[in-house]
Design a protein around this ligand. Structure first.
Ligand code: NAD
Length: 358
């Protein structure tokens, strides 16, 4: 498959390939849209099977970032980057700094952050090469690891679901099945426990399971049994595509909401969920806490202000549910419309700003 064929027709603005032979850097940065502002998105460091797989991933993820920021009401566009290789063996200071120079070459059209395989320490190295980096540690004036903010946003979503389904945002006594108790999932389980909810968890990592059982009294089930758990909300917090033709008929939950990106394996899975009478909270609305937290760096980061902004996901989701009712569409399509409408209306402003003009 050729590069142009792989890029397809999703209207990405720019795709940049960067190489540094000495350090072994091979990176692809995709800018999907800068209509609402600089394209923000994390850097994924991952041992892709081949270059086409890496290209497909970065294109898909950058488009998702456009929707996520737009739906969250942020003045940010969508971008993403991948570094091809195993971070456990390939990561080095020269490689990360070489990558920082590739980011710098885009002059601020793309702003990077941590993602799967990269950390705040990597962001510190990137910051030596370019100002276009976010998610630096608190000690450097940044917003740190976004995972707790993402978990906070998922909790706000659960409360919006509670209000809609049960007329109360009180989560005490609710049963929540959490698939994946990594950085976000474990903080979510902590917050749920504090809110008086019961948690049923699964993870490929037995240590993570043992921690949740011992610390939060979670009930642990096998990787496959999680789909059959009778619960109020099923929360996908591991990988994408776990809502699919095989799993959806098995769900015994009333609602689905979680932090994983791209939860629907294919678009028509939303129809399968609707047919089952399950309320679906769209992933890119639910998991926007991390990017909102990063956006809060603008003007000087304050954890308190960021928290209030993240809690706004409650209202965003209520708005999506209302749009779905009003337009007679499913919640996924309602969220897409909501995001696209904002891109079209704000992104197409042609009047120039005069303040700060040089
Ligand atoms: P993480 O890597 O820390 O956690 C993922 C967890 O899922 C790990 O504990 C892993 O062992 C487990 N896992 C892997 N395969 C599994 C499977 N088949 N079944 C059950 N568990 C499995 O990642 P994270 O930062 O917690 O993010 C979780 C998801 O949320 C990812 O899809 C990520 O892209 C998305 N997300 C994260 C953030 C954030 O702020 N960290 C923001 C937005 C979206």
């Amino acid at each position: 498959m050729g590069v142009f064929e792989a890029i397809g027709t999703d209207s990405h603005e720019e795709v940049l390939f960067g190489v540094d032979h000495e350090s072994g850097l091979r990176t692809i940065i995709a800018i999907h849209s800068t209509s609402l502002g600089p394209a923000l998105g994390g850097t994924r460091f991952f041992p892709y099977d081949d270059e086409v797989a890496a290209l497909r991933d970065v294109l898909r993820l950058s488009k998702g970032m456009t929707l996520k920021s737009a739906a969250a009401g942020l003045d940010l566009g969508g971008g993403k980057a991948v570094i091809i290789g195993d971070p456990a063996t390939l990561r080095s200071e020269p490689l990360i700094r070489a990558y920082g120079r590739v980011v710098d070459s885009l002059g601020g059209r793309y702003v990077t952050a941590a993602d799967v395989g990269t950390t705040t320490d990597d962001m510190v190295l990137i910051a030596k090469e370019t100002p276009w980096v976010s998610g630096l540690p608190f000690s450097q004036g940044g917003s740190g690891d976004p995972s707790p903010a993402t978990a906070r946003g998922v909790m706000a979503s659960f409360r919006a679901i509670g209000e809609r389904l049960w007329g109360s945002d009180d989560l005490s006594g609710r049963r929540i099945a959490v698939q994946g108790i990594g950085k976000v999932g474990v903080d979510l389980v902590r917050r749920l426990t504090e809110a008086g909810a019961e948690t049923i968890v699964t993870d490929t990592n037995p240590d993570a399971m043992a921690h949740a059982v011992e610390t939060y009294g979670s009930k642990a089930v096998s990787l496959d049994d999680i789909y059959d758990v009778e619960c109020d909300i099923f929360s996908p917090c591991a990988l994408g595509a776990t809502l699919n033709a095989e799993t959806i008929p098995r769900f015994r939950s009333v609602a689905i909401a979680g932090c994983a990106n791209n939860q629907l394996a294919v678009d028509m899975d939303i129809e399968r969920i609707v047919d089952r009478g399950i309320l679906y909270a769209p992933d890119f609305v639910v998991n926007a806490g991390g990017v909102i937290n990063i956006a809060a760096e603008s003007g000087g980061y304050s954890a308190e202000r960021a928290g209030v902004m993240v809690d706004g996901i409650y209202d965003n989701l209520v708005g999506i549910f209302e749009t779905a009712d009003r337009d007679g569409v499913n919640t996924h399509d309602a969220a897409m419309r909501f995001a696209q409408r904002r891109i079209d209306r704000v992104g197409s402003l042609r009047l120039r700003r005069r303040s700060g003009e040089k």
